[in-house]
Design a protein around this ligand. Structure first.
Ligand SMILES: Cc1cc2nc3c(=O)[nH]c(=O)nc-3n(C[C@H](O)[C@H](O)[C@H](O)COP(=O)(O)OP(=O)(O)OC[C@H]3O[C@@H](n4cnc5c(N)ncnc54)[C@H](O)[C@@H]3O)c2cc1C
Length: 466
């Protein structure tokens, strides 16, 4: 068994099998951390290649389908990967784009290269876990998994599923000083060990995807790691000073807009937190943003890491399961099918406006996401149907969907995960309730509804009463 690389906290690496590193090249299987800078997995792979005097290859496996992702999401990802391939080329590291499923294409790829070590980044979600297991069975070489996504790896910060933000927060803050370290820059490979990838015709690939891409959802931000750095800088300079006050107003544009970058790994959370903590002057705003981008985000990772049923009602806390069960037979004032939700055909102009925002812009405002998911609970026959519909719509349209934050956010809204019990009421039982009146107290609901109605490109026929 090998030990960890210098500079990288050893606990960030998990050795997925007992195999020793062989003499061949190192392969980094890039999954959700799609960037060259600030990437602990790439750094680890580079250091291992250096130590063994071998070449380094980076491979990405593009699958024909993944959790309902649509052509615009693939296009966003491909544009980011094109930048990754170019940056790696300048470092003498070959980039390979394979098509298929990881278990079908990676073993042959590693055999052909006679690879001595496989490094992958980490995700707590079910599908990537299953791929890693299937690949590990078929590739009998050493396999290291490195958490390049979190500031503190979920298996380090806590040994169990946390109850709420208040139980994880002190653990994060205790360890933050130790894990706040930036990833050293990747040195270019010496010419004798430079590798090249198989040629990818990026223009043809992007063109083909662009043709297939429907007009919506539109990408809410420009793809790629460079665009992510610019967006982060712009937010920290101009948005952060108002974040605390504006973030809950869907009309104010007060959120950072960084979630698509974090989701696709075009921006590293470690870099974001580091840059944030340097802006000492912005007191309350820093606290508020740290709570979301560090505590809540890593709480979602904790949830999916320790709860394999993160997308089902079985993951709800006991009190919520009980109360929702007690209200299972309550009369619902409205019932809608998935298609009606998708086409924004409910009786509620505010809900419809949020759905239009999701479908057209590829990102719903954070405050509206809570209202949106809670109303799906209120207007379906059961919490499990509500979970299914909310997850399917979020994953199909949102550029940050298919993410631990989405599964945790939906389970929070529908099943009280990480939340507490409130006064009992119809359908919700003791799960926190939200209504339009509450929203009106927070922001100008009519202005939001009007703005979402003015969005062009909503693909469903307009038949709502609003
Ligand atoms: C029903 C529901 C569904 C959600 N679905 C997703 C999803 O699919 N993908 C996703 O990334 N987030 C999701 N969230 C969490 C949150 O709403 C978004 O992260 C946020 O709105 C993204 O926009 P932003 O980057 O501009 O946010 P900002 O307010 O600028 O926050 C910065 C970052 O902090 C993190 N963050 C903020 N709020 C939360 C939160 N409540 N929980 C966890 N992390 C948070 C995100 O990484 C975000 O990018 C969901 C929340 C709910 C209630």
């Amino acid at each position: 068994m090998e030990r960890s690389t210098a500079h990288i906290p050893g606990e960030r690496i998990r050795f997925l099998n007992e195999a020793s590193r062989g003499p061949g090249p190192v392969v980094y299987w890039m999954q959700r951390d799609q960037r060259v800078g600030d990437n602990w997995a790439l750094y680890h792979a580079r250091e291992r290649a250096r130590a063994a005097g071998s070449a380094l290859h980076v491979v990405f496996v593009r699958m024909p389908s993944y959790l309902g992702a649509r052509a615009p999401h693939y296009l966003f990802m491909m544009r980011g990967l094109r930048e990754v391939a170019g940056d790696l080329g300048e470092l003498g590291i070959g980039f390979h784009l394979l098509e298929g499923t990881p278990e079908a294409v990676l073993p042959g790829f590693c055999r052909e290269l006679e690879a001595g070590l496989l490094v992958s980044d980490y995700s707590p979600l079910r599908e990537p876990r299953l791929w890693r297991e299937a690949v590990a069975e078929r590739v009998p070489i050493a396999h290291h998994e490195v958490d390049a996504h979190n500031v503190i790896p979920p298996w380090v910060v806590s040994a169990k599923r946390e109850f709420a933000a208040r139980t994880l927060r002190p653990k994060i803050h205790r360890m933050l000083a130790h894990y706040r370290r930036t990833v050293p820059a990747i040195d270019p490979m010496p010419a004798s060990r430079a590798s090249s990838g198989a040629r990818v015709d990026w223009d043809a690939l992007v063109d083909a995807l662009s043709v297939a891409v429907p007009a919506v959802p539109r990408a809410p931000v420009e793809p790629g790691a460079r665009a992510a750095q610019r967006a982060m800088g712009a937010f920290l300079d101009h948005g952060l000073p108002h974040y605390d006050r504006r973030r809950n107003d869907p009309n104010a544009g007060g959120q950072s807009g960084l979630s698509p970058y974090l989701h696709f790994g075009q921006l590293g959370a470690g870099r974001l937190i580091e840059e944030l903590l340097r802006r000492e002057e912005a007191g309350a705003d820093i606290e508020a943003f740290l709570e979301e981008a560090l505590v809540r985000r890593e709480l979602s990772e904790n949830f999916c890491h320790y709860e394999p049923r993160y997308d089902r009602v079985e993951a709800f806390p006991q009190w919520a399961k009980k109360t929702l069960q007690e209200h299972a037979e309550d009369t619902r004032d409205y019932l809608y099918a998935r298609e009606e939700f998708e086409a924004a055909r409910t009786h509620d102009p505010l809900w419809n406006a949020a759905q239009r925002e999701l479908v057209v812009t590829g990102k719903m405002h954070g405050y509206m996401r809570m209202y949106w998911a809670k109303k799906i609970l209120e207007w379906t026959t059961s919490p499990s149907e509500a979970m299914e519909i909310a997850i399917a719509l979020n994953d199909a349209y949102s550029f940050d969907g298919r993410d631990p934050n989405g599964y945790a956010g939906i389970a929070w809204s529908i099943g009280g995960v990480h939340d507490r019990a409130f006064a009992e009421r119809r359908v919700f039982g003791k799960v926190r309730f939200m209504n339009e009146r509450g929203s009106r107290r927070k922001f100008d609901v009519d202005a939001y509804v009007a703005a979402m109605h003015a969005l062009e490109g909503f693909p469903f026929e307009d038949r709502e009463g609003s």
